[in-house]
Design a protein around this ligand. Structure first.
Ligand SMILES: [Zn+2]
Length: 194
């Protein structure tokens, strides 16, 4: 009997413990679900990362893809220096590419995946193209306009808001950017060799 009692006590303790754990896990899961990328998010962020290959070496390495359903409809890399165009950020290039391909400016059925948190200009372009959701890699604490420095995509005063999810695969998105600026410093502040 003593053995049974012990076993019962052990069972209750175990179930109480696991009950507590389960409750905690459930809360964590619910909280985490809102902030965590799913497999689809990771897939498209990897495609954005793959676009970095097309980014000229003279540019801050940032790449973006616009996705409609399960299809990539726009691609872009940072081309500011290459094109001498202050608006040629990866996001704007990708949005223009998507609009051209789809033949319309309203991209409300599209999402944007980008390796760095959009700046104020790109967040503005996201709002004005009605993109429904932005998934970004590295956070930009100084200039990010999707919640870090500013929250343009979530601004109540504007006529459109995009859902945002940040920090996705930032361990892969940040090193190329860090490497670029380290290289700049090595070259005495110049952006690239030559
Ligand atoms: Zn930008």
């Amino acid at each position: 009997m003593k053995k049974t009692e012990n076993r019962e006590t052990a069972e209750i303790e175990k179930s109480e413990q696991s009950g507590e754990c389960a409750a905690q896990t459930e809360n964590d899961r619910v909280a985490a679900d809102a902030d965590k990328p799913d497999e689809r998010d990771l897939k498209f962020m990897r495609l954005a990362l793959a676009e970095l290959e097309n980014c000229p070496k003279t540019e801050v390495p940032v790449a973006a893809v616009v996705v409609c359903g399960d299809e990539v409809v726009g691609r872009g890399v940072n081309r500011r220096e290459t094109d001498g165009d202050p608006t040629a950020h990866a996001e704007v290039v990708a949005i223009r590419d998507a609009s051209k391909r789809l033949g319309r400016w309203n991209l409300s059925d599209c999402e944007l995946f980008v390796t760095l948190e959009p700046c104020v200009m790109c967040a503005g372009a996201i709002v004005y193209s009605r993109i429904s959701r932005v998934v970004y890699g590295a956070k930009d604490v100084r200039f990010g306009a999707c919640g870090s420095a500013l929250d343009i995509t979530g601004c109540e005063k504007l006529n459109h808001r995009a859902k945002t999810l940040g920090g996705v695969l930032d361990e892969l998105c940040l090193p190329p950017i860090r490497g670029f600026f380290q290289e700049c410093r090595k070259n005495g502040g110049r952006k690239f060799k030559g």
